[in-house]
Ligand binder design. Structure first.
Ligand SMILES: Cc1ncc(COP(=O)(O)O)c(C=O)c1O
Length: 469
């Protein structure tokens, strides 16, 4: 145990070295007051600091400690977020012309990786929760159907948990991918903390995923951009993943970022369960206060084969006149409480062991005030997602390289979409670059926009469409 990387950094600074090496600020001297402290730890590869691309010293040691802690066969430190891990695992698994079966609810980095490395997506639509309009994950049956209906499938990639903390069981999917000899890659960007408390969902690795990526910075006390790429014990293609990651990561990784991974792992390994236990208790008190003092409900999920993350607070404002977007704005501008995101009906907050009872009480007081002021009924109705996925007309990589123009939504029927169009909820792309804009898509967009939904990819009522078909 311990923190080999962080210890090395501290020892280097304490030795009062005179650096004639990168970075140019010379241990913070050239930085201003605010950045100086960070600068004093900001070194690069020097004797004793090891090398991320060929680790044999403190980085190797820290990665091995992380692998053990997170239940992995091997682990790699990432300094460009889960994004770089997603790129690396796709590069390693999907060869040019190969297909990746992916949940339609995947992060944009998945599509970008396919475009970069010449793979093609095969989308599988996740099930939807009728009450909340949120995605519940892709079923094993849908994955198997996609495997049987497509040739040259080289991998399956799923996102679990989603932004709302919903974490469907992976075991039935692992059974399918193993039977077909196809690697299962899991984007566990929002689940880096799962391993630290028994009431949190099982991790992807514990359920048999082959490779998975976790953003430490999203839920753990680690600096922005930090993430881990893991494989299960005995996964044979790990060297290809490592070599892909090495092509994609900077040759000057920040030691501050890497040391923050080392320290977060050490802290959580030693105190994680107690820290999350305290958080669970704070949330229990918070839930009770919500019920007795406010009109705001906490959304929870109790479906079969479905777990959810108790630290993700999904607050529903249906018993008020506020949409989720309006509630988020009021919390921020009036009470200084800044949520992670909002959709038509919900505000989503990320709670961590580093929030205390007073923080939850401040939140309840704000919700109490909003409940009093906006008592009523939210008239916003969920719009039904179109039954079929739009047709892909142009291969992804080509669609991303073609020129296009913005057009008013109403003029885009049958045109080819040039960007991602993502309504919230459910936060999954209605249209991807290269797909045909159908009547169903336009009807859906008209309705959600009239309800005040945010739709990423629509700018002042205009959609980017491709010129060349
Ligand atoms: C589901 C999911 N996957 C991957 C990413 C990318 O993670 P990072 O910001 O660590 O690169 C995000 C970022 O929001 C995400 O929500």
């Amino acid at each position: 145990m311990g923190t080999p990387l962080l210890d090395m950094l501290k020892a280097y600074g304490e030795g009062q070295p005179l650096p004639f090496h990168m970075p140019g600020h010379v241990l913070g001297r050239g930085l201003n007051q605010e950045l100086n402290r960070a600068g004093s730890l900001d070194i690069t590869e020097i004797p004793g600091s090891d090398c991320l691309h060929a680790p044999s010293g403190v980085i190797k040691e820290a990665q091995e400690l992380a692998a053990k802690c997170f239940g992995a066969g091997s682990t790699l430190f990432l300094v460009n977020g889960s994004t770089s891990g997603i790129h690396a695992m796709i590069k390693a698994v999907v060869k040019p012309g190969g297909k990746l079966i992916m949940g339609r609810d995947s992060h944009r980095s998945v599509l970008n990786a396919l475009a970069l490395f010449g793979g093609e997506p095969v989308f599988v639509m996740p099930d939807m929760d009728e009450e909340t309009g949120l995605t519940l994950g892709v079923t094993a049956e849908a994955i198997e159907r996609a495997i049987l209906n497509n040739d040259n499938v080289q991998g399956v990639l799923l996102t679990r948990p989603n932004y709302y903390g919903i974490a469907p069981a992976l075991k039935p999917i692992v059974e399918v991918t193993r039977r077909h000899g196809i690697p299962l890659l899991v984007d566990e960007a929002h689940g880096a903390h799962f391993v630290f408390h028994p009431r949190l969902p099982d991790t992807a690795l514990a359920q048999g995923a082959d490779i998975c990526v976790q953003s430490l910075h999203k839920t753990l006390p680690a600096l922005t951009q930090t993430a881990l790429l893991h494989c299960r014990e005995g996964y044979g293609k790990w060297p290809e993943v490592v070599s892909a990651a090495s092509m994609l990561q900077t040759t000057s990784p920040s030691y501050i970022l890497m040391a923050s991974i080392d320290r977060a792992r050490d802290l959580l390994e030693n105190e994680g369960e107690a820290l999350y236990e305290r958080l669970a208790e704070n949330i229990k008190v918070f839930e009770k206060a919500l019920q007795t003092r406010t009109l705001v409900n906490r959304a929870t999920w109790h479906h079969k084969n479905m777990d959810w993350d108790f630290s993700r607070l999904v607050l529903s404002f249906e018993q008020t006149r506020l949409s989720g977007f309006e509630a988020e704005a009021l919390l921020r501008t009036r009470f200084g409480i800044v949520a992670e995101m909002a959709d038509l009906k919900h505000v989503v907050l990320i709670a961590t062991p580093f929030h205390d009872h007073e923080d939850f009480e401040r939140l309840v007081k704000a919700l109490e005030e909003l409940s009093r002021e906006y008592k009523g009924r939210n008239s916003k109705k969920l719009v039904k997602w179109p039954d079929s996925l739009p047709e892909r007309v142009i291969p992804l990589a080509r669609a991303l390289s073609l020129k296009g123009r913005e057009m008013p939504i109403n003029n885009t029927l049958n045109r080819i979409c040039g960007s991602l169009i993502v309504p919230y909820p459910p936060g999954i792309p209605l249209l991807n670059p290269g797909e045909r804009i159908t009547e169903d898509c336009l009807a859906y967009l008209e309705e959600v926009l009239s309800q005040g939904c945010q739709v990423h990819g629509i700018d002042e009522g205009r959609i980017y469409v491709l010129d060349n078909e």
